[in-house]
Design a protein around this ligand. Structure first.
Ligand SMILES: Cc1ncc(COP(=O)(O)O)c(C=O)c1O
Length: 344
């Protein structure tokens, strides 16, 4: 058969979950100082995000520990991506799955959970599109305690962090010890710290850089509202047990405007659709690499793709109504990149 020169013959998977992992690395930028930014594109996983890795690990460990029996019932508080992963896997493994959600979650994520057969319970019916993490968690915990569902408790479940040892292995396979900075958005902390925990002993010089929305409180206050979905710890919610400050070298904040306008920029300039949190980490990676030593390799964990945000981040009206359009971000990044790649 005639095959495109870059296309390899792939083995045949026998379940959708067997397609989890081995996500691609994309070089976004190579500077004239020999530094580069590589994006680990986790949207290439089934359900389009990294979170299905930890959904699988949480179910695997619960099954191993006898906490989840055949035909059992799983409940989780979710902003969507974890719920999509659990919903897909519950369908595959024959579990009932209930997602406790709020109206802050992207509509497409909610619809996808329903498509896989998940039951939904909304908190904060009157709260508009406010993020209601603390209420969601309290309700998931209550239903688990009173009705016997197994609460996966992503914020405090070690399996969440354990799942990302495979990301660390994939990065080591691809790059060896050529990783100087690992950057990721921090929500539960599972992806960044779960990956860092495995890489750091091998690469003690590697800097671990967390990014959270302005208004999130894991790297200090003040708390306040933000629109970035899935990432951050809102005021009133507990900082997850997986946020490991001992592993964190730098905790950076990114505004909704910076994050979303970077996501929009990446779509137009690089033909790459990333979600809002991905926009935020790329924005900070581009700023940060400017001051990094020559020859640095930044690995940026991109949690999900932009397809889930076509009605929000990529919708001019939605952005304008919330005063989120910032036309200065594109030229700022253009200039930054031009300086870094051009020869003087
Ligand atoms: C879009 C998005 N970005 C970032 C994160 C943060 O990842 P973690 O919970 O591993 O810190 C999440 C988690 O749900 C997410 O859905």
């Amino acid at each position: 058969m005639d095959r495109h020169p870059l296309q390899h013959a792939a083995p045949v998977a026998t379940s959708v979950s067997a397609l989890i992992g081995n996500t691609p690395l994309l070089e976004l930028l190579r500077t004239r100082f020999g530094s580069r930014i590589l994006l680990k594109l986790e949207q290439w996983n089934p359900t389009g995000s990294a979170k299905i890795r930890m959904a699988r690990q949480m179910l695997d460990e619960a099954e191993e520990q006898g906490l989840l029996k055949p035909g059992g019932w799983v409940i989780e508080s979710t902003s969507g991506n974890t719920g999509m992963g659990l919903a897909l896997l519950a369908a595959e493994r024959g579990y009932r799955f209930t997602a406790v959600v709020d109206h802050h979650a992207a509509k497409d994520k909610i619809r996808a959970m329903q498509a896989f057969g998940a039951e939904l319970i909304y908190v904060n019916e009157d709260g508009g599109d406010d993020l209601a993490t603390a209420d969601r968690e309290a309700l998931a915990e209550k239903i688990a305690a009173e009705q016997g569902a197994y609460w996966t408790e992503q914020h405090n479940n070690p399996a969440n962090g354990n799942a990302y040892r495979y990301v660390a292995d994939e990065l080591t396979d691809a790059l060896g010890d050529d990783i100087t900075h690992l950057i990721g958005a921090v929500g539960t902390g599972g992806s960044l710290f779960g990956t860092a925990r495995v890489l750091k002993p091998k690469l003690p010089q590697m800097r671990v850089v967390g990014v959270e929305p302005v208004g999130s409180i894991a790297f200090g206050g003040p708390g306040g509202p933000y629109y970035q979905s899935g990432t951050g710890t809102p005021e009133g919610a507990e900082i997850g047990a997986l946020v490991d400050y001992a592993l964190l070298d730098e905790g950076l904040k990114v505004s909704d405007k910076q994050a979303f306008n970077t996501a929009r920029y990446l779509a137009r300039k690089y033909s790459l659709l990333v979600g809002g949190s991905g926009g935020g980490v790329v924005y900070q990676a581009l700023k940060r690499i400017e001051t990094a030593p020559p020859g640095s390799t930044f690995v940026v964990l991109i949690c999900d793709g932009g397809e889930k945000y076509l009605d929000t981040v990529f919708n001019d009206e939605w952005m304008a109504e919330r005063d989120l359009i910032d036309l200065s971000v594109g030229p700022e990044l253009d200039q930054l990149i031009a300086q870094m790649v051009a020869h003087p």
